[in-house]
Design a protein around this ligand. Structure first.
Ligand code: GLC
Length: 668
């Protein structure tokens, strides 16, 4: 809560700044007086939040008011550029801010080039997206990026341009409109933490412009980087050790002081690069970076983007002596961006990509911060549970860690374009006598297919020889056993693999929140090892699960005899159950004690509807007592998905049998 003193200061600030904004934008205001009025109402409402956060981050700077005024002018300018259909959408979303909690929601994610060639290709797939039932489409980074290695587009050179082979910004805006007409919200990335080293800001920095050098974190020698690195994690240790990249002769002529570095005579620089050496971390301690990135975000919102995926949010604020992950200022920053959006593009939502400890993941989730968040814990534990066949950790996570603010939602997924990191809490694992370190080792061995009885065919990603740590790459189907079953086993194992794929998708489709399908998984796409022949990809095993869409395989999706068809049809049935039953709206989930170590059970309730979900993670049939059903007031015969068998004693059902790796849904 703002104290009355702060409230007064806030009002005074706005009173002083507004006339300056009005003078600057007099022409726009004259041309769109009613638009200005609408903007004014939102500004009055959200400025106090923005001011408090912005002042908290930058208030001690001598030039604070310059940057604040600059920001307000940017917001107003973006608003005037906002098309009418999006202004209408703004109003609709403000009236129904939790629209995304509907059971009609279904997400998909794909690469523009790999799935459809280019943006026109994506447009031509709209009928397919509708067939699948998508209402949310995340197109992987499609902005201008360096040729060759560019981290799958996560090294952005300009947000104002689409990567030329994919199309143009006009095409993106028009695609966004077509998708919206088809009931599909467009999601794109704002790569919040860094830009490519070819971005115009980086180019200016390299040319020796100190104003732009201050957009990044560049040091003249190892002195300060060494101090920081005492507390940093290595993210891509395969690519470069530590968090900095040495660039000899970075600057054409010597400059005396960069980011508080000491005077020096060479033109070398150590640039903060958390990820690849060509991805330069932005310096958000500089309010100019905040303002310019806010402009990029609003520009994208004005093209019709409805959800921004905030990439790598954990890393955006750096503070000496800390891990530089998940710092309080990172949250302040996102909240300030959120306030910006509430003022100038209210329909826009934020999705957090924080693949970190579960205690930290939830801190980004709030109506005033990120309304949506990946659920990396559920993802990792689905795989862990498939490996162990024991549901203890997963059930615990769902009962203790699934509940989030009612104005927000999880994005639940089994695979995306990235590796799988085992981000469960060691403390949670200890409760079941599981040692976190050993369990991660086991999971890595298991999913690399090196453990006895493993069905998985995954690859290690970023193996760190110093710590022995690694993460896992591989498509859903290959990790679930389909690749091994097809190549080395037979029809029985194929059946089990398909069941595993459907089982974990069943959980994400019913758990509450937005289920997200990594396109290709819906037809059981296997690993693609050809990335090893591509010099731009060979060093990054994540490309094994980023194949080009196989049109022939897609053509078999309605063939019940084909594996593609068995996976696709199975998923379609599950999607229909989700969309046809109101209990799957909202986010309320209660874990059911099933009295069986291999069977996960939970109940979902919404608007008077109730559904009980049961998932057998064992390769053998399991049973649970009938009273579990009675306790949750669902009927053993009201089966919405999957078949079960009743065990009767003297004509009365006492137990319900669940087939190996079966997924069941019952209604009330
Ligand atoms: C995110 C992306 C990942 C990328 C990294 C750096 O984690 O999901 O693909 O490598 O950010 O941008």
């Amino acid at each position: 809560m703002l104290t009355s003193n702060v409230q007064r200061e806030t009002q005074l600030t706005l009173k002083r700044l507004l006339p300056r904004v009005e003078r600057e934008l007099a022409d726009c205001i004259a041309a769109d007086a009613s638009g200005w009025e609408v903007f004014g109402v939102r500004l009055q409402k959200h400025f106090p939040t923005l001011f408090e956060l912005y002042a908290g981050l930058y208030g001690r700077r001598y030039d604070f008011f310059f940057h604040l005024e600059d920001l307000l002018i940017s917001l107003a300018r973006s608003w005037f550029a906002r098309p009418n259909d999006l202004r209408t959408l703004d109003k609709a979303r403000e009236m129904n801010p939790v629209w995304f909690q509907s059971n009609q929601m279904l997400g998909g994610v794909c690469y523009v080039d790999l799935f459809a060639g280019d943006l026109e290709g994506v447009r031509s797939k709209i009928p397919y997206f509708k067939e699948l039932g998508l209402t949310y489409l995340h197109l992987m980074p499609l902005f201008k990026a360096p040729d060759g290695e560019n981290d799958g587009g996560y090294a952005v050179s300009s947000y104002r341009d689409v990567h030329p082979p994919l199309g143009t910004m006009e095409q993106l805006a028009s695609l966004a409109g077509d998708l919206r007409s088809a009931g599909i919200s467009l999601v794109v990335d704002l790569v919040f933490n860094h830009t490519s080293d070819e971005h115009i800001w980086a180019q200016h920095a390299k040319a020796g412009d100190e104003e732009y050098a201050d957009f990044y974190r560049i040091f003249p020698n190892r002195e300060i980087p060494d101090l920081y690195e005492q507390n940093l994690r290595e993210i891509f240790p395969d690519e470069h050790a530590g968090a900095f990249t040495f660039l000899p002769d970075l600057f054409p002529s010597p400059i005396s002081e960069v980011n508080g570095g000491k005077a020096r005579d060479g033109g070398d620089g150590w640039v903060w690069t958390t990820f690849h050496s060509y991805q330069w971390d932005l310096n958000y301690a500089n309010p100019a970076v905040f303002n310019r990135m806010a402009e990029e975000m609003l520009f994208l919102a004005n093209q019709g983007v409805e959800v921004i995926r905030l990439d790598a949010v954990a890393f955006i604020w750096k503070e000496m002596g800390t891990s530089c992950e998940n710092l309080a200022q990172a949250h302040q920053l996102i909240r300030a961006f959120n306030a910006v959006s509430r003022i100038a593009s209210p329909a826009l939502l934020f999705k957090s990509e924080a693949i970190v400890h579960p205690d930290d993941v939830v801190k980004y989730i709030d109506p005033n911060e990120c309304q949506l968040s990946y659920n990396p814990l559920l993802m990792a534990l689905l795989w862990s549970t498939l490996a162990t066949r024991e549901v203890n950790l997963l059930a615990q996570a769902l009962s203790a860690r699934f509940k989030i603010h009612p104005g927000t939602a999880w994005v639940n997924y089994v695979r995306v374009h990235d590796d799988i990191g085992w981000t469960f809490s060691d403390d949670d694992a200890t409760k079941f006598g599981i040692n976190g370190y050993d369990h991660r080792r086991f999971l890595n061995e298991f999913f690399r297919g090196r453990h006895d009885g493993s069905f998985a065919r995954g690859l290690p990603f970023q193996e760190n020889p110093k710590t022995g740590d690694c993460r896992i790459s591989g498509t859903c189907a290959s990790l679930a056993g389909l690749e091994k079953a097809i190549k080395e086993e037979g029809p029985d194992e194929v059946e089990l693999a398909i069941r595993r794929i459907l089982l974990i998708h069943g959980v994400i489709l019913t758990a509450g929140g937005i289920p997200l399908i990594y396109l290709g998984d819906e037809i059981g796409t296997l690993n693609d090892y050809t990335y090893r022949d591509d010099p731009d990809h060979e060093r990054d095993s994540r490309w094994v699960h980023r194949p080009r869409a196989d049109l022939q395989a897609y053509a078999k999706r309605n063939d019940p005899a084909a594996i593609e068809g068995r996976v696709y049809q199975g998923l379609q049935k599950m999607i229909a159950v989700r969309k046809g039953y109101d209990a799957f709206s909202g986010g309320i989930l209660e874990v059911i004690p099933t009295e069986n170590a291999h069977v996960l059970g939970f109940v979902r309730t919404h608007a008077g509807k109730r559904a009980v979900v049961l998932a057998n993670f064992s390769d053998s049939a399991q049973s649970i007592p009938r009273r579990v059903f009675e306790q949750y007031a669902v009927h053993v015969d009201h089966n919405l998905y999957g078949d079960s068998r009743n065990l009767n004693q003297e004509g009365i059902t006492t137990r319900v049998v669940i087939e190996p790796l079966a997924f069941l849904v019952f209604g009330n």
